[in-house]
Design a protein around this ligand. Sequence first.
Ligand SMILES: *[C@@H]1O[C@H](CO)[C@@H](O)[C@H](O)[C@H]1NC(C)=O
Ligand SMILES: *[C@@H]1O[C@H](CO)[C@@H](O)[C@H](O)[C@H]1NC(C)=O
Ligand SMILES: *[C@@H]1O[C@H](CO)[C@@H](O)[C@H](O)[C@H]1NC(C)=O
Ligand SMILES: CC(=O)N[C@H]1CO[C@H](CO)[C@@H](O)[C@@H]1O
Length: 412
Amino acid sequence: MRPLQVSSCLLAAWGVSGAVIERQSGGDGGGFSDGQPIDGNGKGAPFSGGTNHQIDLQNPDNLGQQSTDNGVVPNLKWSFSDSKTRILRGGWVREQVVTDLPESRDIASAQQHLTKGSIRELHWHRVAEWGYVYAGAILLSAVDQNGQFQVAKLEVGDIWYFPKGEGHTVQGLEDENEFLLIFDDGNFDAVGTTFNVDDWITHTPKSVLSKNFGLPESVFGSVPSPNPYINNATIDTRNVTGGNGELTGNASYVYYAKDHPLEDVPGGGGTLRIVDTTTFPVATTIAASVVTLEPGGLRELHWHPNAQEWLYFHKGQGRATVFIGNANARTFDFRAGDTGVFPDNSGHYIENTSETEDLVWIEIYKSDRVEDISLTQWLGLTPADIVASVLKIPIEVAENLKKEKQRLIKNR
Ligand SMILES: *[C@@H]1O[C@H](CO)[C@@H](O)[C@H](O)[C@H]1NC(C)=O
Ligand SMILES: *[C@@H]1O[C@H](CO)[C@@H](O)[C@H](O)[C@H]1NC(C)=O
Ligand SMILES: *[C@@H]1O[C@H](CO)[C@@H](O)[C@H](O)[C@H]1NC(C)=O
Ligand SMILES: CC(=O)N[C@H]1CO[C@H](CO)[C@@H](O)[C@@H]1O
């Protein structure tokens, strides 16, 4: 009987003094926080047909909550919960590719879980791969074209990068291990993007395998087909020897979080770790920021001059308005497990919408560097008379705009 409640509460609201009373909260039905497209100022009406109430409750901004939104902005959000999860012996994987989130042409992603001992089989990609461990620990192994190799243990917060084409694998070391995978091409599911060794061996004549490896044909009689995608094994890491030695220093495929203490962030509202070629030299095509924003904090209004921004929300909940040019702007609600994409050079902010929880997310750019331009800093470094006349603000306000980037602004 929601429609009746709505109309009676609206009548009551109008009845008080003829003044408009905002009814955005309160549990008795009739506003955005009740999952209804009704602004309490005379706009909107209840849903009378099919609607997914849980999704409506999670996305008040899709219901029209932000009166400053305008024009047409395509969908810029995809939830991993809407992806098909591929369940396997030893774990699972769920992807987000360009057909899920069409605006994300530069980046595709996946979450992957491996149980203890499970191995993502040996493979390589036509695209570069970037990974972030957020649960457990993994053993990574890779080899480059010069016969240099790396075998490394990564823990929570550690990051890896495999250049396009390098052969690699990862194995779960703890009971449960999970990580985010990023690829620098949105069309990740296209044939010709991933090459699994099991598949190649299975579809090569046995006589050729025998000649190639100098071994009897029977050696390859048990290669699994179809490939299981995840294999299992005991954890008995044999040392690798030979070749041209280990990839270390600037050539390393691994960024260890412990080697990079968090620095103070301008604005004081949280922490921001920039992982690009200034701190992780091999990562020439994927740059990242790992951000924690305190309750009430704001990632300041800014844009990125060099790339589209792709996002993964790891904890908490927040909202962002994306301004894509002309008079087009749209607000999106995000929570843990969502991904998003902000078009190249679009203006945006990210705001916490939780009372208590930090908002944690990862920003990804198909670039060698994280770059941003701060609206506050730009205005602060423009002649104050110009800023005052254009924005119709007092000149003293324009003169006192901060001249430093604020990045993560603390709740005041
Ligand atoms: C791998 O999984 C199979 C099937 O579940 C099981 O029979 C086998 O013992 C496992 N091997 C190892 C080394 O864990
Ligand atoms: C690998 O090398 C290390 C250091 O040289 C050694 O301590 C360890 O026993 C070796 N592991 C195996 C499985 O041979
Ligand atoms: C390693 O990379 C950093 C950052 O790009 C650079 O400043 C440094 O000189 C490099 N070190 C070596 C030994 O090449
Ligand atoms: C604790 C706190 O200040 N939470 C705020 C997070 O941001 C939302 C949206 O601005 C506010 O409504 C909360 O009060």
